[in-house]
Design a binder for this molecule. Structure first.
Ligand code: NAD
Ligand code: ZN
Length: 350
């Protein structure tokens, strides 16, 4: 079979590799119908995620059709079309029972971060994929949801929802600011809408993304280079600041921007993955009763979000900017990695 293989920092190629095969009774093999590229794949290619070692197949998002089923799998069968959660998790350990799939203690993806950080698991940018702990790690695709819509549920919709909106405790009437309007920030905006906030303010350096954010539920947009950006946020909140500030970039400056606009007793929900240390001014946070939350996506709300997609309360189509054949994945990476010029958001391969 063909797959996109990581060969160390800066290097990848579309190679002929051994076929995916069942290794454990809880596995299934899936023939990929649609997959996509994530910012995290670019982090891996830059060498930022050393847990992913050369020789590993990239990718952690996808929809496919089951072609083989392990002996212990009873709830899935050949021919089922399924969404692969970006976290594969045993469903049986203490953390899985609490829905903290990202810290599954099962041996396959230990410490439970499955597709994202490699370990023993090969990824989804391939013709076929082995899915460990299949019964807990895939979701049947309803007839009303297309494979490319399903791909958006593998990672970015649960990430924006769980780590941005739920950890941020967004509720009816809140003013929510989202710093960073990439796919993950946009996923936070579109899922925040489900909770009835009074305003969603999109803040990004890229004016095009600030504009695009309106399609995802942003009521207001501010370009981050505007010297009056903070005054504008304060003017929208009677000088108080926002109830919830969601950080969806992953650099110290944007974390600081969230601290600059959150109101007393508000929440900063950090979603971005920070490669550098961030200063936490505990004295200021303490005196203002500000909560700061963060974490790795669990995908424990994937099933709920899938129902919202199936009933058209969420629209994944707006995330998809480009489509390529799977064989042309090297070109797709070029388009995705140069988003400022290509205006790429999610690039689907099928
Ligand atoms: P992206 O790079 O596509 O988007 C980031 C956006 O931030 C871009 O639109 C960019 O213009 C904007 N930006 C950059 N610098 C800025 C600044 N100074 N001020 C305002 N805006 C600025 O990234 P993405 O794929 O949307 O992911 C966002 C973050 O979420 C990344 O750090 C990613 O690694 C992280 N992530 C976290 C999890 C998790 O489990 N917590 C899961 C997936 C992704
Ligand atoms: Zn991802």
């Amino acid at each position: 079979m063909k797959a996109l293989v990581y060969h160390g920092p800066g290097q990848k190629s579309w190679d002929e590799v051994p076929d995916a095969k069942i290794l454990q009774p809880s596995d299934v093999i899936v023939k990929m119908d649609a997959t996509t590229i994530c910012g995290t794949d670019l982090h891996i290619l830059r060498g930022d995620v050393p847990a992913v070692t050369p020789g590993r197949i990239l990718g952690h998002e996808g929809v496919g059709t089951i072609t083989e089923v392990g002996g212990a799998v009873t709830t899935l069968k050949r021919g089922d079309q399924v969404i692969l959660a970006c976290i594969s998790a045993c469903g049986k350990c203490g953390f899985c029972k609490e829905g903290v799939y990202s810290h599954c203690q099962g041996e396959e993806g230990a410490p439970g971060i499955g597709w994202i950080f490699g370990h023993l698991i090969d990824g989804t940018q391939a013709e076929y994929v082995r899915v460990p702990y299949a019964e807990n790690s895939v979701y049947k695709l309803p007839a009303t949801v297309s494979p490319e819509q399903g791909v958006i549920l593998s990672d970015i919709l649960p990430t924006g929802h769980e780590i941005g909106v739920q950890y941020g405790k967004v509720k009816a009437g809140d003013v929510v600011a989202v710093v960073g309007a990439g796919p993950v920030g946009l996923a936070s905006m579109t899922t925040a809408k489900l909770y009835g906030p009074s305003r969603i303010i999109a803040i990004d350096l890229d004016a095009n993304r600030v504009d695009e954010a309106k399609k995802f539920g942003a009521t207001d947009g501010i370009v981050a280079s505007d010297p009056e950006w903070r005054d504008k946020v304060m003017a929208m909140t009677d000088g108080l600041g926002v109830d919830v500030a969601i950080e969806a970039v992953g650099i110290p400056q944007t974390f600081q921007m969230c601290l600059d606009v959150v109101r007393p007793a508000g929440t900063v929900a950090n979603v971005g993955v920070h490669g550098q240390a961030v200063q936490l001014p505990l004295q200021d946070l303490w005196i203002s009763n500000i909560a700061v939350t963060m974490g790795l996506v669990n995908t424990d709300t994937l099933g709920t979000l899938l129902k919202m997609v199936a009933t058209r309360q969420l629209d994944p189509d707006v995330f998809i900017s480009h489509r390529f054949a799977l064989d042309d994945i090297m070109d797709a990476y070029e388009v995705f990695a140069n988003a400022a010029e290509t205006k790429a958001l999610k690039v689907v391969l099928n």
